[in-house]
Design a protein around this ligand. Sequence first.
Ligand code: SAH
Length: 219
Amino acid sequence: MTTKISGIGMTSQRTRDRLIVRLQQQGIKNLDVLEVMKNLPRHLFVDEALASRAYEDTALPIGHAQTISQPFTVARMTEILLEGLPKKKVLEVGTGSGYQTAVLSRLVDRVFSVERISPLQNQARERFYQLQLNNIKLKHSDGSWGWSEHELYDGIIVTCAPEEIPQELLHQLTEGGRLVIPVGGSTGQSLHVLDRHGNTFEETILDPVSFVPLLSGAI
Ligand code: SAH
């Protein structure tokens, strides 16, 4: 078990350290984010057959036509989400492998994460148990509706792309809270950041990105 978590060869700490250097070279500045990603075993979030590729800066398949996000994208979105006011309570839409969820769980007090594909959610839950990440709550549902039972959130991160921003997510943000979300369809997506000031939302459009689509309904 210890070997599996700490990793050997292509999943060793040295391999992880090289990824962190690359992320820094690409402009990731938040040292807390870098430290968490340095210590978190990404190879446990992919199929064993892909473990040797877990520290390449690339998205990888996780089954059910979904992918674990590229490390640079995880780092960038986390860094943007954490900017500004402290983020104690965060909602994630699209648990997937659980890697982004796990990164967040080590940086904020509580993480709520919604996933529409049940087997992916179950695998993620096992990983959180194995890594003793105890501040994560999961829900099997269509995350376009957020998770109203636990609102309001200081931050919301969406790891799948809708064509338009689901308005319900905006209503579940606290004053000063921030939504980070990829938006767009097959002709291209970009990363949007929305900051809540009362009932107005200041929108900033950042980098082009490439995410799986946000789909409706839970399966
Ligand atoms: N953060 C994840 C990304 C996985 S891909 C990771 O790095 O592993 C995006 C995930 O969003 C997929 O698991 C997909 O099933 C999920 N998803 C798509 N539409 C959704 C919706 N409406 N509600 C909840 N999850 C959704």
